[in-house]
Design a protein around this ligand. Structure first.
Ligand code: NAD
Length: 489
């Protein structure tokens, strides 16, 4: 099993724009650099799409739309299934690429490849299953036929933190539904998405299916490239995953032509440890919920709300576990925690820790950057954090665990819900009654009860409040790419 990027993969990796089934240069030959966050070295120069390139990509998606929609659902599913098989067969290579551009440890990257590929497999299966309805109208005078159509050419904008999964979670359902797509990956990690697009391009070509079903426009100027598309009547759908701030901007832009919009935005997940929790299980769950991708996950536990009776032992044991972790480049064997995505991310995490300390929190472990290159930050546990600290109010997106004590269940739920975000929440309790109350009252789209991980291709992923609109994954994910049409017969 190789943990670094193979020369063969590096030599054949597409670095251009994919428009109408062809990889090519950006207008004017402009490129931008993609760096390894562990070493800060440049990995690749990637084509830098201009607004004109983005328009060409939308033109290709528009031109292919009718033909793709006419492809039998079974065959659309088979394309996705074949892409799933091709990606899983190359899981080592894809994982090495994720580690190189995103920084996460190779074992985590490999788990992401399987998780990400699973969206292609799941939607290969869903392509032939979306429901319709025929019934007699209640007045008995006519029949009602309700059926689904693909919404049409879709713009898919993805973040850098899960380079394969964030792309396949959109591409899978879009293609299954019969939509063509323009994908705009994050500038930090475009290469994994481009590799997935190449797998799909090759599969479509081998089957003689329309070029232009999948188009990719990496760019260092996302607003310039995507703004013209959002006012272009050929675009019918926007699906965005990223920060709440950018999501708001895009929603405002999408309102111009009342575009169908799906939003997977930021989180501020509470991790609640009730008085009756199994402490070992809670600490174990906290390791996963906090540290996956070095804390750079939208569903990462952001605030540890722990009953007063357990707050000290929980914080101490978590700190011991954090101290035992090995920090380093993700391609190095035995590394538990990789770097943050860039120096700005380290500055932000450090500022949040400084703010909490200034408000009286104690650093039990971490709280600093290690010496040497790369954007690393030591995993940190903060005790005695007040609910007003920035680290408790905003998404830290790094390996920092603030522990906040509470005294009763009502206070725990009130603290957990005291945020405008509502993506994920976690709760540890051995009482079924408490678990059911938490499942009813926590304001989050996804709730892990005695589990530190909620993601699954077969389950609806998404948030309430300002964490988003719509769901990805599961049966719900394909709905985002379908129009409902009612025919009175
Ligand atoms: P980001 O909002 O900065 O960027 C996300 C994507 O939007 C990138 O492709 C970026 O290039 C693009 N973008 C940025 N500004 C844009 C603009 N004005 N117009 C068009 N496109 C623009 O977020 P990020 O830093 O890449 O990712 C981290 C954020 O994403 C966190 O808030 C995290 O919680 C969130 N996230 C949410 C989910 C989810 O499913 N809810 C999943 C992963 C990440």
């Amino acid at each position: 099993m190789s943990t670094s990027l193979s020369p063969a993969l590096a030599a054949h990796l597409p670095t251009g724009l994919l428009v109408g089934g062809h990889w090519g240069a950006a207008t004017g030959g402009r490129t931008f650099e993609v760096c390894d966050p562990a070493t800060e070295e440049v990995l690749f120069d990637v084509a830098d799409a201009s607004p004109e390139d983005a328009r060409r990509a939308l033109g290709a998606a528009h031109d292919a739309a009718a033909a793709w929609r006419a492809v039998a659902p079974r065959e659309r599913g088979e394309v996705l299934r074949a892409a799933y098989e091709r990606i899983v067969a190359r899981a080592d290579d894809v994982a090495a690429l994720i580690t190189a551009e995103c920084g996460k440890p190779y074992s985590e990257a490999r788990a992401e490849v399987l998780y990400g590929a699973d969206f292609l497999r799941w939607y290969a299966e869903e392509a032939v299953r979306f429901p319709g309805l025929v019934r007699t109208a209640p007045a008995g005078a006519n029949r009602q036929l309700v059926h689904r159509r693909p919404v049409g050419p879709s713009l898919l904008i993805t973040p850098w933190n899960f380079p394969i999964a964030m792309a396949t979670r959109k591409i899978g359902p879009a293609l299954a539904a019969g939509c063509t797509v323009v994908v705009k990956p994050a500038a930090q990690t475009p290469l994994t998405t481009m590799l997935v697009a190449e797998v799909l391009r090759a599969e479509l070509e081998d089957r003689g299916l329309p070029a232009g079903v999948v188009n990719v426009v990496p760019t260092s100027r996302p607003a310039d490239a995507t703004s013209p598309l959002l006012t272009d009547p050929r675009l019918r759908k926007l699906s965005f995953t990223g920060s709440t701030a950018v999501g708001r901007t895009l929603l405002a832009q999408a309102s111009g032509q009342v575009l169908s919009a799906s939003m997977e935005l930021g989180g501020n997940a509470p991790f609640v440890v009730m008085a009756d929790a199994d402490l070992d299980a809670a600490v174990e769950g906290a390791m996963v919920a906090k540290l996956r991708n070095t804390g750079q996950s939208c569903v990462a536990a952001n605030r540890f709300l722990v009953h007063d009776s357990l707050a000290r032992p929980f914080a101490r044991r978590l700190a011991e576990r954090f101290e035992a972790l090995r920090l380093g480049p993700g391609a190095e064997p035995g590394v538990d925690l990789g770097p943050l995505i860039d120096a700005a991310a380290v500055d932000k995490v450090d500022a949040f820790v400084g703010d909490a300390v200034a408000r009286g929190a104690q650093v039990l472990t971490g709280g600093e950057r290690p010496d040497g290159p790369g954007s690393f930050y030591r995993p940190t546990v903060l005790a005695g954090v007040g609910p007003d600290a920035r680290v408790a109010r905003e998404e830290v997106f790094g390996p920092v665990a603030p522990v906040i004590a509470f005294t009763d269940d009502d206070e725990a739920i009130a603290l957990a819900n005291d945020t405008e975000l509502g993506l994920a929440a976690y709760a540890y309790t051995t009482s079924l009654a408490r678990a059911m109350r938490l499942a009813d009252e926590l304001e989050a789209g996804m709730i892990g009860i005695n589990r530190g991980m909620v993601s699954d291709a077969s389950a609806p992923f998404g948030g309430m409040k300002q964490s988003g609109l719509g769901r990805e994954g599961g049966e719900a994910g394909i709905e985002e790419y379908l129009e409902t049409v009612y025919v009175a017969l």
